[in-house]
Design a binder for this molecule. Sequence first.
Ligand SMILES: Cc1cc2nc3c(=O)[nH]c(=O)nc-3n(C[C@H](O)[C@H](O)[C@H](O)COP(=O)(O)OP(=O)(O)OC[C@H]3O[C@@H](n4cnc5c(N)ncnc54)[C@H](O)[C@@H]3O)c2cc1C
Length: 538
Amino acid sequence: MPHVLIAGGGVAALEAALALRALAPDPVDVELLGPEPHFWYRPLSVAEPFGRGEARHYELSTLAADAGARFTHGELQGVDVAAHEARTSVGSIAYDVLLVAIGANPVAAVPGAETFRGPADTGTIRGILAEAVAGHVHRIAFVVPRGATWALPAYELALMTATHLRAHDVEGVELVLVTPEEEPLQLFGRAGIDAVQRLLEEHEVRLVTLATASEFSYGALSLSPEGRIPCDRAIALPRLRGPRLDGLPQTLDGFVPVDAHACVPGLEDVYAAGDITSFPVKQGGIATQLADAAAQAIAARLGADLVPQPFRPILRGMLLTGGTPRFLRHELGASADSAMAGSDLLWWPPAKIVGRYLSPFLAGLGAPEEPPAVPSGQGVVEIEVALTDRELERLAAPPQAPEPEETVGESVGDVMSTEVLVVAPEDTLGEVAERMRRCDTGCAAVAHYGRLIGILTSRDLLRAFAARVHPSEARVREWMTADPVTVPVSAGLEHAITQMNTHAIHHLPVVDGERPVGMLGYRQAVSRTRASGVGLGF
Ligand SMILES: Cc1cc2nc3c(=O)[nH]c(=O)nc-3n(C[C@H](O)[C@H](O)[C@H](O)COP(=O)(O)OP(=O)(O)OC[C@H]3O[C@@H](n4cnc5c(N)ncnc54)[C@H](O)[C@@H]3O)c2cc1C
């Protein structure tokens, strides 16, 4: 029986297991591997601080068995692609096909602000609400950070806070929502944007768009590159990061690149789905769509008579913008005569992450309520947005320091090394180590058909050799940093240094279009600005 190892026990992992059960031609040994014994269902955690719902969790071994899989308690640490072996906290596990669906870790995005990650932070929000009700807090900011995240909970928290304060007859607390988006909930298209804007106005939540919060301190939220918003408390959504895995390409933020079939490019029999992928929208519905694409490709690889459909991201759901549908109150477990008016949960279905196989599976689990009916009528905006390449590019762009209109002093092209070592993704680490030594460099640009796809540094080599890989077997592709931050030749040196500081990197590939044409080292750049006096204020 072919063995499909699915690392993860969350939304994408379960959807993939269920899809494989439905699509695979013959019995498949599907094994879920996860460090957590529970499957966490997080969407309603946003209602928890207001006493209007709770994040549920289910025993993962039972769910896996119901989905026709088995569950192993352990953690994926790395992959030996050539040997078809996963390195895990419980030893090596051989696989025929590996699907990496290990989610992403939330990290604080705004120093000094409270971070809302989900169920773990209910108490923090409750504390701030209590302070506001007691009259100790007069201005609260809700912050959407730049980069890969799911922005909706920030809007829901702001709206629910407004309703909570009204219900407690608290007046005079200013609420502000700060977001780098051009318009609120931009992903949801025009109808969604207009509806949310109206809702924020009705709840008297001030909106600040095109703003990136960099820090909360001394009673103000600092914005980058400039600006301050006075506030007593700031609640920010986290920035997401992928956990480091040996032997897989990952971006600077730890995300794994995938193609339209959720396959990790160039790695045989390795797929990835969900928040761990470099796809920039981190949402449950999107995670299940990626898992479905992976399951179809895996089923076809195992002989199923189907043409695997590529992943075409579609954001599906309903935006709830008025009143409280009766069934929604039921879903939230609040009594009909609850003192709270309006639920202010924006997204439908709130307690369901939309998944072709996962939604009916969870609904049939004997969950406390029947699956609630879809709301209709006034105050419901249907969202079915196919995410465009332009929008995705915008979201995927790493936080950029704004480039000055005019380059002052030297440009990157004046300073960079042009003798850049360019290697191929299929080169072995042994070959590259030798070439690095010969060229006396600590860094190589990885190009595929002339296009820069990654960067490999001596640190990556050290990491690989510490993981005991064989130098003539391990390939560059498995250990490189994928989709690196780059600068064009014409960029100013000061700008390049800011980029390196922002991303904490020491090597910056310089590109002409997508072609690597140079490499800029941090020390090289800084010493040059020192020599010329640029940036030191004289
Ligand atoms: C507060 C909040 C509200 C949200 N609301 C919504 C919503 O309304 N609708 C929606 O669609 N989405 C929502 N989301 C987003 C949604 O929860 C995620 O996008 C989705 O869970 C991603 O699925 P995943 O399988 O990639 O990751 P997860 O569901 O996070 O699962 C990751 C799994 O991998 C396991 N794991 C971690 N490390 C390892 C390892 N090294 N080896 C093996 N296993 C590992 C974890 O234990 C976990 O089981 C919300 C998220 C939050 C935080």
